[in-house]
Design a protein around this ligand. Structure first.
Ligand SMILES: Nc1ncnc2c1ncn2[C@@H]1O[C@H](COP(=O)(O)OP(=O)(O)OP(=O)(O)O)[C@@H](O)[C@H]1O
Length: 551
């Protein structure tokens, strides 16, 4: 190194084999350094490490210890950066590391000074160029290394990274860095990063593959988190509901039909959603069909689709049936027990052959779906009464998941209460209320013929009355729900407003009209809210409004 700014030898001390100082030059005359090298412990360590810090209060040196005939030579260098000083202070084998870097058989390296003269060529690089050890040193880099640009780098002070350099008929990917001292370029270092662009391409390909793998793991994780969310949506910790969750986990990955049986409002649809979300078909659709809501005349075209112009009133473009929509996914046939017998026969054929024929179509189409069905009916009884086909029952129910009624898992009510209050607070954009201690007991003490759906409605009505951030027993009374004696269904208070007499059907009809009218007033005619509030479907509400109010 020739620059004044580069580390300089500031002095030296020579000691003989007995440890006596025999020569001192420059900084080596400093008494403190003399005392240091005269200390046998310091010298033993310095011989071992070869490069050691020599720190005085006002100046810091790095000492290099080397053997000479009849003794040792200690050279003192100054202008050492903190990092270098730290390296030599903290690493006992710093000399070995430097030795490794300079002679690493995989690391081809060349160092030039500010005048573009080679100062060092690593052994592997010398071998590559057919040079003997040290042969290139002192020569201009351009005369030794083909297509080098190191001389540019010392001139411009700008690094060049990842460049392809042709040397001796092969290409190498190289990096060239200027080396600065106190802001001045004192030299440059060139290193081979990869043995040829192919190596870089191979690396890029590997990175690509890894990136794709990571992306697919991320998607998988997201899918499984989403799937778990569907399981969590089935709120409850009772053994009965835990058993349902276990069954879902076991059965979901298998491609077999599942029948979910349970009273209305027990969460059958939630089970169907979780089964789909945890199945390998979760990237395709879950298509829900409510068999009870379909008039018999439309069931066929709904399920199997129709060709353009196949019947009056049909969409001129034709329509995909639900089975085709569920291709590669899951079809959920809700209320399957209410399906007319003739449709049951057609469904049976689809389940046997996995072929659907559109209304007005000529050739059947192959579809790939998983079937989940649900019913609140006792299908065995329907079979006895010849309302449901036995062969269809076998087809749809290789796995049967029975939903517990709310009465069978009454201990879940506090959790359900908490869950619905959070949900309602989000929905109505109100804070979650505190719950009076007696409320869970009140809810656990009554009968729930409508199961969780009914519980949700009761909580929602009381929530509307909740004031000052508290949900109290009185709010349930306001909502007309504390009145019935525990677990015995009684006529709601509104019955007293109804006209006396008439058959049970008439009285129930009147009661229904009154409830609908009250709700229409309360929700300003918003039919969606009215249907939700009363726990009926919107189509049922429309039908009732047409029959009873607009006629
Ligand atoms: N375990 C549960 N955790 C949270 N919510 C539930 C649970 N069970 C049911 N619900 C809620 O109760 C309501 C009714 O549930 P769902 O529609 O799944 O019942 P269902 O058994 O399919 O009823 P139906 O036979 O009348 O169609 C929904 O609002 C649902 O979110």
């Amino acid at each position: 190194m020739t620059s004044d700014k580069s580390p300089n030898v500031k002095g030296l001390i020579v000691v003989d084999d007995d440890g006596q100082v025999v020569l001192q030059l420059g900084a080596g005359q400093d008494q403190r350094l003399t005392a240091m090298v005269s200390d046998p412990d310091w010298m033993a360590e310095a011989i071992e490490r070869r490069i050691v810090p020599a720190l005085l209060t006002d100046v810091q040196y790095v000492a290099l210890v080397t053997g000479v005939q009849g003794g040792r030579l200690v050279l003192f260098f100054d202008q050492v950066t903190d990092t270098v000083l730290r390296f030599f202070t903290q690493v006992d084998f710093s000399f070995d590391i430097i030795d490794h870097i300079l002679s690493d058989p995989y690391d081809a390296m060349a160092v030039i000074d500010a005048k573009a003269r080679l100062a060092f060529v690593s052994p592997v690089h010398e071998k590559f160029f057919g040079l003997k050890t040290g042969e290139g040193v002192g020569r201009n880099v351009r005369d030794v290394i083909q297509n080098t640009r190191l001389h540019h780098v010392v001139r411009t002070g700008v690094a060049e990274v990842g460049q392809i350099q042709k040397m001796r008929d092969s290409e190498r990917v190289v990096s060239r860095h200027p080396i600065k001292h106190d802001g001045m370029v004192v030299g440059a270092i060139g290193r081979v990063m990869f043995k040829g662009p192919q190596q870089v391409e191979a690396l890029a390909r590997r990175i690509n593959v890894l990136e794709k793998e990571i992306a697919s793991y991320r998607t998988e994780r997201k899918v499984s988190e989403r799937a778990e969310a569907f399981l969590k949506a089935i709120v409850g910790q009772s053994p009965a509901i835990e058993a349902v969750r276990d069954q879902i986990r076991k059965v979901a990955p298998l491609d077999i039909p599942v029948l979910v049986q349970g009273e209305s409002g027990t969460g059958k649809e939630l089970v169907a959603k979780a089964l789909h979300a945890l199945s390998p078909r979760n990237k395709a659709r879950l298509v829900t069909v409510n068999a009870a809501a379909l008039p018999a005349s439309l069931v066929e075209s709904e399920l199997f689709g129709y060709e353009p112009g196949s019947f009056t009133g049909a969409d001129s473009k034709g329509r995909l049936g639900k089975f085709e929509q569920a291709d590669k996914g899951t079809i959920f046939l809700d209320e399957i027990g209410d399906m007319p017998l003739e449709v049951q026969s057609k469904l049976l054929r689809v389940l046997q052959d996995r072929l659907v024929e559109r209304v007005g179509g000529e050739s059947p189409r192959q579809v790939d779906f998983r079937l989940i069905s649900a019913t609140n009916r006792d299908l065995e009884r329907s079979i006895e009464q010849e309302k449901f086909r036995l062969d269809l029952f076998y087809r749809i129910s290789p796995v049967l998941i029975k939903m517990p009624t709310l009465a069978e898992r009454i201990e879940d009510i506090p959790l359900l209460l908490e869950h619905f209050l959070k949900d309602l607070s989000d929905h109505y954009d109100r804070p979650i209320p505190e719950v009076e201690e007696a409320v869970p007991d009140l809810l656990m003490g009554r009968a729930w013929p409508g199961n969780v759906r009914e519980l949700r409605h009761v909580i929602e009505r009381a929530f509307v009355f909740a004031e000052n951030g508290w949900l109290r027993v009185a709010d349930f009374e306001h909502a007309g729900h504390a009145a019935p004696p525990p677990r015995i269904a009684a006529a709601p208070a509104v019955v007293t407003d109804l006209a006396d007499g008439g058959s049970l059907k008439d009285v129930l009809g009147q009661l229904e009209r009154k409830l609908i009218a009250d709700a229409m007033i309360r929700f300003n005619g918003n039919k969606k809210k009215v249907a939700e509030h009363l726990g009926v479907s919107r189509s049922y509400l429309y039908k009732k409004l047409e029959e009873d109010f607009e006629a």
